[in-house]
Write a protein that binds this ligand. Structure first.
Ligand code: 2PG
Ligand code: MG
Length: 424
């Protein structure tokens, strides 16, 4: 295998028009590949640090320090290395930074290098990125992954930090659980999405969209959002709770004031146990099979209660709660919080650590869901990670807006080009 000969990073822009990093890695024979880093809006407080310049340009959000860290500091560490050795390279970057939260060079800088090394290795080996991820998984964990197509959660109605409407819950997602393959998954999702638009129009609601491509109307309540979605599923000729289920991402840390869950859209202030009951009622009334960040990331008692009450019937996903961090996940498991984990590369900052967290989750019977960020690019790496590790679930926004659809389109090609990769 040809060794890494040079690395070049530049500042590019994400789906919100905010600066981010694109990084290209070259091998000695001229082979090159690049990757881009996403960015969140409703972030967990323990996420690895996204290094921004905090000066007058781009409202403080430029990433030139992180870009320069790649070009001047990280590149010399990695040049001369074999790109197949993902773990060795990631470990070098991590130990050079030597901070808990990657604040010295920036998690965005480390991740940009980590991702583009994987891309160039796959290209040089003349295999798909998902196949390469399986090899990396085997190297890191000694476990075999079985390729599978992930079932998506499509975020078709946006609220919270991702939209300027009055809906408190951040994401209302549909899961085409009964679809026979990924082509059918996409047909159902897009048809429901377009029927939802028609229903919103008929009821004189706005059809503008939020950060993840879902509609962002002002509504009376979270229940009204759920009702509209159920209507759209039925309008499509599908059966709610059988063909298509619903998932929520409450992103509850965004509306917890330290004491109460403040649902300003419906004028309610609820204690932890009242909010658990509120969510429980929603699951009784609607076909909700998954709830992410149902409680605030520091509300340990609330999480315990939610898990006790709903954990056997509903997937309870920790996002801000676990921030893709194995140590934090381990602590959460010991406290009996949640039963699943959302996986985002940039919360932890490297491929190796992401894979270690997924493996640890597997070992503890926690499900993993691979996820985009609300600030995305045309990069489709997460689609390959989901297939390569056979994760089974992905959430990457509405079936609308190219930053979201790029991942779904990549999955369509993977299904097309392989005979034996089936929906999990
Ligand atoms: C989430 C994500 C992605 P953000 O909360 O799960 O949907 O949002 O990237 O803003 O953290
Ligand atoms: Mg979330």
């Amino acid at each position: 295998m040809h060794k890494i000969s040079s690395i070049n990073a530049i500042q590019v822009f994400d789906s919100r028009g905010v600066p981010t990093i694109s990084c290209k890695v070259f091998l000695e024979d001229g082979t090159s590949a690049s990757a881009m880093v996403p960015s969140g809006a409703s972030t967990g407080s323990k996420e690895a640090l996204e290094l921004r310049d905090n000066d007058i340009s781009y409202d403080g959000k430029s990433v030139m320090m992180a870009v320069n860290n790649i070009n001047e500091t990280l590149a010399p560490l990695v040049i001369g290395k074999d790109p197949n050795n993902q773990k060795e390279i990631d470990d070098l970057l991590i130990s050079f930074d030597d901070t808990e939260d990657k604040s010295k060079v920036g998690a965005n800088a480390i991740l940009a290098v980590s991702l583009s090394v994987a891309h160039v290795a796959a290209k040089a080996n003349k295999i798909s990125l998902y196949e390469h991820f399986s090899r990396v998984y085997k190297d890191i964990t000694d476990d075999h992954a079985v390729h599978s197509m992930p079932l998506p959660m499509f975020n078709i109605l946006n609220g919270g930090e991702h939209a300027d409407n009055n809906i408190d819950i951040q994401e209302f997602m549909i899961i085409p659980s009964g679809a026979k393959n990924f082509v059918e998954v996409m047909q159902w999702a897009t048809e429901i999405y377009h029927n939802l638009k028609k229903i919103l129009l008929k009821n004189s609601h706005a059809t503008s969209v939020g950060d993840e491509g879902g509609f962002a109307p002002n509504l009376e309540s979270n229940k009204e959002a759920l009702k509209l979605i159920v209507d759209a599923i039925k309008e499509t000729g599908l059966i709610p709770g059988k063909d298509v289920n619903i998932a929520l991402d409450c992103a509850a840390s965004e509306f917890f004031n330290g004491k109460e869950y403040v649902l300003s859209g419906e004028n309610k202030k609820l204690t932890s146990s009242e909010f658990v009951d509120y969510l429980h009622d929603l699951t009784n009334d609607y076909p909700i099979v998954s709830i992410e960040d149902g409680m605030d990331e520091n509300d340990t008692e609330g999480w315990r209660l939610l898990t006790e009450k709903l954990g056997s019937s509903c997937q309870l996903v920790g996002d801000d709660l676990f921030v893709t961090n194995k140590k934090i996940l381990k602590d959460g498991i010991s406290k009996e919080m949640a039963n699943s984990i959302l996986i985002k590369f940039n919360q932890v900052g490297s491929i190796t650590e992401t894979i270690e967290t997924i493996y640890f989750a597997n070992q503890n019977n926690f499900k993993s869901i691979i996820s985009h960020r609300s600030g995305e690019t045309e990069d489709t790496t997460i689609a390959d990670l989901a297939v390569g590790l056979g994760i089974g679930q992905i959430k990457t926004g509405a079936p609308c807006r190219s930053d979201r659809v790029a991942k779904y389109n990549r999955l369509l090609w993977i299904e097309e080009e392989s005979d034996n990769i089936l929906l999990k």
